[in-house]
Design a protein around this ligand. Structure first.
Ligand code: SF4
Ligand code: SF4
Length: 473
């Protein structure tokens, strides 16, 4: 609402009808889209033979607390890799944005990829920009209802398949899809699919550029990553405007020579660069927060300039410095520093993944009670050992302890046990120790798990503390 003399707080959405365009950047975007969709939609169907575990190449098994990624099995304890991955993603974003601006937004972001698909569907059903504008202006007839209905139906189908595919990553895909359509899938599978169907339909079909302009935080904080050397999509104002500004082609301003003689720039004000823009902006007004750096306006202007025989596109990838005629460099101390930290983080993660321990043990002290005094005078502490066999073979293990001379370890019948492949086991360990009267407080010692008959799997140790009455600490 607005009163006289005050600005409205919200602006109603101005419909955008992006026009189709051909060119190298459009082809690049189709290529990336095809690749991204191929990976996303086909990956759950890719089979992968394992000695133990599901035969799905990528599967996030929440119930078993394991993520299967081709030959790698990520256990719950390895989830710090996820933190490493997020850190690498953030560093990559800083690194790439500092050099090439918002290329992630323009080429790789889900919102961009799915909006592109939705625009393609809209174009196939309703026609290109002019036809869509005409259709929106005509009264509701059976033909218009059919076209609009078909568009929304195809959008919903695309959204549904997107949501269902996401769900297939969390269980055995061939079985889950049968269960889904026969009503036997878990509730979470239906809820996830329907939630993603709704969000995909709303974000890519209805909200579109508003997601980038108003909802995405990245557009807001990108400015801190930009500098005068960052590649941006920019209009060559010197060439496009000349000294007298842009002008449409007229009899007196037909050839480039005529225009240059009269100080008129090469921009013929055809508006093609604005019409193809998915966010509906005019790049000739300078860099704007809505620009997702998709470069379609470069293709549009290149088409016009080529048809006129006037050379390259008036819109191009450049930097603030380059546009001002100053030397511009990509590799600056800031970029190199980001690159080195990124390389170090990626190497550390790669090393950690490559050196995944085949056998792991963690120890938790049972504190209720912390210790008990037995009838024979000995003190007993209890522990819970968590053993995990990350190999594809069963492991025969012996549990021992060291560092507490004369102590007795009681793990029941599990002093020597067989741990199946890719399985974990909790073992209650009781440690009894006859302490001397002058020893109080606590003592440190180690639990050892020794694999039997396996040279390739080493012994695993975990520290623990034995508590005594009259603690000093
Ligand atoms: S101005 Fe050009 S690069 Fe920016 S969003 Fe529009 S078409 Fe894409
Ligand atoms: S496409 Fe090129 S010539 Fe046409 S309006 Fe845009 S900048 Fe000017």
């Amino acid at each position: 609402m607005s009163d006289a003399g005050t600005e409205p707080l919200y602006q109603a959405r101005i419909p955008i009808y992006p026009r189709s365009v051909k060119g190298p950047f459009r082809n690049l975007k189709w290529g990336i889209l095809g690749l991204a969709y191929g990976v996303y939609f086909l990956l759950p169907w890719l089979r992968w033979e394992r000695n133990v575990g599901p035969d799905q190449a990528v599967l996030f098994d929440i119930a078993a607390r394991k993520f299967y990624l081709f030959g790698l099995v990520v256990h719950a304890q390895d989830l710090f890799w996820l933190a490493g991955l997020l850190m690498i993603a953030a560093l990559l974003l800083f690194f790439v944005t500092g050099i090439a601006g918002r290329v992630f937004c323009g080429y790789f972001c889900f919102q961009t990829l799915w909006t592109d698909l939705y625009l393609l569907i809209e174009r196939l059903v309703q026609g290109d920009r002019a036809a869509r504008i005409r259709l929106d202006k005509t009264p509701w007839t059976a033909g218009k209802m059919m076209r609009k209905g078909m568009t929304h139906l195809l959008w919903l189908l695309a959204a549904f398949w997107t949501g269902l595919t996401f769900t297939l990553y969390w269980d055995n895909a061939p079985q889950l899809i049968v269960d889904w359509f026969t009503g036997r899938a878990p509730f979470a599978a239906y809820a996830t699919t329907l939630f993603l169907t709704a969000t995909t339909y709303v974000m890519a079909g209805l909200a579109r550029e508003q997601v980038c302009t108003y909802m995405c935080p990245y557009a807001r904080f990108q400015s801190v990553m930009f500098d005068a050397d960052t590649r941006i999509v920019a209009y060559d104002a010197a060439r496009g405007e000349g000294s007298q500004g842009r002008h449409k082609v007229s009899r007196e301003l037909k050839s480039q020579e005529q225009r240059h003689q009269q100080g008129v720039g090469d921009c013929i004000d055809c508006g093609y660069c604005v019409q193809v823009c998915p966010t509906g902006i005019d790049i000739r007004n300078g860099l704007q927060v809505q620009c997702i750096s998709c470069a379609l306006c470069i293709d549009a202007c290149a088409t016009i300039m080529q048809s006129l025989g006037w050379g390259k596109s008036l819109v191009r990838y450049t930097s603030e410095k380059q546009a001002a005629g100053e030397p511009s460099r990509i590799w600056k101390p800031k970029t190199v520093a980001y690159g080195l930290v990124l390389l170090a983080a990626a190497s550390a993660l790669g090393w950690s993944v490559g050196h995944q321990a085949p056998l792991e043990m963690s120890v938790v002290q049972m504190r209720q009670p912390l210790f008990v005094r037995l009838s024979d005078g000995r003190i007993q502490n209890n522990y819970e050992l968590h053993l995990e066999n990350k190999t594809d073979e069963p492991l025969r293990l012996a549990i021992t302890m060291r560092g507490l001379a004369g102590a007795e370890l009681d793990v029941g019948r599990l002093a020597s046990l067989e741990l199946p492949p890719q399985r974990s086991l909790r073992v209650v360990a009781r440690v009894r120790w006859q302490s001397h009267h002058d020893i109080k407080g606590s003592r440190s010692f180690f639990f050892d798990v020794i694999p039997q008959r396996r040279r390739d799997v080493g012994m695993v140790s975990a520290p623990a503390t034995f508590y005594l009455p009259g603690r000093e600490d």
